[in-house]
Ligand binder design. Structure first.
Ligand code: SAH
Length: 345
């Protein structure tokens, strides 16, 4: 299981082989990932075949693409049945990969499809890193028209709460940055607000980007959407975010999933703008992706625009996230929802 072995320990998988083989294998796993080990051209067949069908730590259960191949989504399945979702989005100057850090999630945010399944297990560092390597391999095999040939940006916005799986996420960051050579700034760790995790991440050597899923500007409303708010209320979160931003010299992102009649009022927009100005954060508004089990809905387009305008008018730096891939369920645990529904039929 090459991805489940630390890159520095690959030699252990190749008993009797000269030391440089492990280095060659490391290149094929991390610098120039390939979908199939037979493409590892400078390795003898006996080395390539050593892992049999276990090159990837998961199988590909569903692969979908839309936007003329510029959005690709995979549902991977680990041998124990854990589902792992990954989405690749190509843009003119970047290729952004959205990865999962856990199978399921324990946070139970009321609007999120993943939370409705509950928590299955943490993903291992190798399972998280392999999502990036797989997407790199897919891109080099089938480039996206007008986009870079490598994954340039990674966001921990798939399934799971990355800061609740700290050790594995940390090891993934180390592999992506120090072994694959990705830019730390191009990696965004998105959290629902695990304060001790934010502080630990702040103490790491890498200038990664932090995104805080805020969604509400007061504790009462936030509590109804994000149960973890009882443990870490908004003031504590903002203090942690400030420490992170000060330590790293990085601007933090505030994420705001916009829900019809819930957090799309002018009052929330103003309060959000005031928070963002105070901590010099960038606001990212994500229109709610309706999911079968959540009561919340996406606001009408006009209201989405009004909300964004209101935040901007009050002096905050704000962007509206495009909802790439919604037609292939490429958002927020939805492919998995559909797959589970189909298997229950
Ligand atoms: N647990 C982490 C990362 C995973 S979710 C976090 O909470 O940040 C990534 C982003 O998608 C979060 O901002 C989350 O609130 C948002 N999200 C979850 N469900 C959504 C939905 N149905 N529609 C739109 N955004 C959603």
């Amino acid at each position: 299981m090459p991805y489940l072995t630390a890159p520095e320990e690959l030699e252990d998988l190749l008993p009797g082989e000269p030391a440089f083989r492990a280095n060659q294998l490391k290149q094929w796993l991390y610098q120039h990932p390939v979908l199939d080990p037979t493409e590892m051209t400078n390795l003898p067949a006996r080395v390539r075949e050593a892992f049999g069908s276990n090159h990837w730590p998961f199988s590909v259960e569903v692969e979908q693409s839309s936007d003329r191949g510029r959005t690709r989504k995979w549902l991977f399945r680990a041998p124990d049945g854990a589902a792992i979702e990954t989405v690749l989005m190509g843009y003119p100057r970047r290729a952004t990969l959205c990865i999962s850090s856990q199978a399921g999630c324990a946070m139970r945010c009321t609007f999120c499809a993943t939370g409705q399944f509950g928590f299955e297990r943490h993903l291992e560092a190798g399972e998280i890193t392999a999502q990036v390597a797989f997407a790199m391999a897919s891109l080099s095999k089938q480039p996206m028209e007008g986009s870079p040939l490598r994954v340039s940006n990674v966001v921990f916005m798939g399934m799971g709460e990355p800061l609740a799986n700290y050790a594995n996420v940390r090891e993934t960051l180390r592999r992506l940055i120090e072994v694959m050579g990705m830019s730390a700034r191009a990696i965004t760790v998105s959290t629902v607000g695990v304060v001790p995790g934010i502080d630990r991440l702040a103490a790491e050597p890498w200038p990664v980007t932090l995104a805080l899923s805020l969604h509400a500007a007061d504790d009462h409303l936030r509590q109804s959407l994000v149960p973890l708010n009882a443990r870490y209320p908004i003031d504590d979160l903002l203090a942690a975010v400030r420490r992170f931003a000060a330590g790293k010299g990085r601007r933090v992102t505030l994420e705001w999933t916009l829900m019809d009649g819930v957090n799309d009022t002018p009052e929330q927009a103003r309060a959000l703008a005031s928070i963002a100005r105070k901590i010099r954060a960038h606001v990212n508004v994500i229109p709610m992706n309706p999911t079968p089990l959540a009561p919340q809905k996406r606001p009408p387009d006009r209201r989405i625009r009004q909300f964004v305008d209101e935040v901007r008018r009050h002096g905050a730096n704000v962007t509206l996230r495009d909802t790439r891939g919604t037609e292939i369920d490429a958002a927020c645990g939805q492919l998995r929802v559909r797959s589970a529904a189909a298997s229950e039929e």
